[in-house]
Design a protein around this ligand. Structure first.
Ligand SMILES: C[S@@+](CC[C@H](N)C(=O)[O-])C[C@H]1O[C@@H](n2cnc3c(N)ncnc32)[C@H](O)[C@@H]1O
Length: 378
């Protein structure tokens, strides 16, 4: 047994023990939490390569430095308006975005006071530190890793593909119109899915709210919901004194998320660049993810006292931040064009990925949302 197989076996054992302790049924969100984040064993916290060509999936900062340069343009605008401050990146992956944003801000003479990173994965934290030491050693002193949110932050919070990695609750509509919760059970040593009476607090009310808006009614309709989002945004809202929270991810406004023909929700697994729908294989060795309901993000942000600054596609956002100018100014335009296409094309990441901004104390419009603000679709 190699190291990764052994970790996977230990994680499966750990999950089976939790299932037994929970009386035989574990709500899906807890399973996802353990599969991704169980200390020392979960996908994000143990040694799996995860991101990049040798890993399981590639994210925008890894595809092209233009992504970070565009985000830096948006950060510079906000930092300028609020008289300077810090950047805080949540879930910084390999550290590539941090490197590109800091390089671009240095070039624009607009460095933040500090670049803070909150990263729950010790393994990724180490990779981020190494990359920053290698690529921008002279800026290392500005970088600091946090174990929890700061109590008072002025500046910009960045989170690329973090929301999709948050554990979700799953539900299924019964033939009688009632709601079941998708739980995980053990059968002959294997992990299997069971639809059972709801046991997670808040899930019935959350699905009833979807019903009241006309969504998720049909028998067998199965989907997911991120019940942790309101508390997460409340904590961010409390931490942010003045500035912007920029959330980039794949997802939809609610009407598209819960459209009638999306009968199995959006849960997906990534293993070695293959996407599939079975979260109960390769436990701890594959990513498990769900799309983001951006209407829920906007609602939770506003409930947390933040202003919705804009919502748009990744392509519109990058164009608003001047990706074409950055491309033409670059001395490696041909190398960068390929990556720019992937970031922008509707058939690649341009439309599937969205950007949502939440602000406090920043009243003027933001350039990232200047091309086309789609907030009215939320
Ligand atoms: C899909 S990866 C994206 C990494 C990186 N942002 C990128 O775009 O390449 C998800 C990241 O979010 C982190 N993460 C998950 N939950 C988090 C939370 N509550 N706060 C901060 N980071 C979190 C994970 O450890 C991981 O680094």
């Amino acid at each position: 047994m190699d190291d990764t197989t052994e970790i996977s076996a230990r994680l499966a054992e750990h999950i089976r023990a939790e299932i037994a302790a929970a009386g035989g049924l574990l709500p899906f969100d807890r399973f996802m939490d353990l599969a991704l984040y169980a200390p020392g064993l979960g996908y994000y916290v143990a040694g799996a390569v995860k991101l990049g060509r040798d890993g399981d999936f590639v994210t925008a900062p890894e595809i092209s430095p233009l992504f970070g340069r565009c985000l830096a343009t948006q950060c510079a605008e906000v930092l300028d308006r609020i008289g300077g401050g810090d950047l805080l990146e949540l879930g910084a992956g390999t550290g590539t975005l941090a490197v590109e944003v800091l390089r671009a801000l240095e070039h624009a003479d607009a460095l933040p006071e500090r670049y803070l990173i909150l990263e729950p994965s010790p393994d990724l934290q180490e990779r981020q530190q190494t990359l920053i030491q290698e690529r921008i050693p002279h800026l290392e002193g500005r970088c600091a890793w946090l174990t929890r949110l700061p109590s008072k932050l002025r500046g910009v919070v960045l989170a690329n593909e973090v929301l999709d990695a948050m554990p979700v609750h799953r539900f299924r509509i019964r033939n009688d119109g009632g709601i079941d919760e998708i739980c995980v059970a053990e059968r002959a040593g294997a992990l299997v899915e069971v639809a059972a009476p709801v046991r997670s607090p808040g899930l019935v009310d959350a699905v009833a709210a979807l019903h009241a808006e006309g969504f998720a009614h049909d028998p067998s309709y199965t989907s997911e919901i991120n019940l942790r989002l309101p508390l997460w945004l409340k904590a961010l809202g409390l931490a942010l004194d003045r500035g912007l929270i920029l959330l980039v991810d794949y997802g939809y406004p609610r009407p598209a998320y819960y459209q009638p023909d999306r009968t199995m929700g959006t849960l997906m697994c990534h293993l070695r660049h293959q996407a599939h729908g079975d979260p109960y294989t390769h436990i701890g060795l594959q990513d498990i993810t769900a799309h983001v309901d951006f209407t829920a993000v906007a609602e939770a942000g506003v409930a947390a006292g933040l202003d919705l600054a804009g919502f748009t596609t990744q392509a519109n956002f990058l164009i608003g931040c001047g990706i074409d100018r950055l491309l033409s100014e670059s001395n490696e335009p041909f190398e960068l064009t390929l990556g720019a296409k992937q970031l922008l094309l509707p058939t690649a990441m341009g439309e599937r990925f969205k950007v949502l901004g939440l602000t406090t104390g920043v009243d003027e419009p933001l350039r990232g949302f200047s091309i086309r603000d789609l907030s009215d679709r939320l």
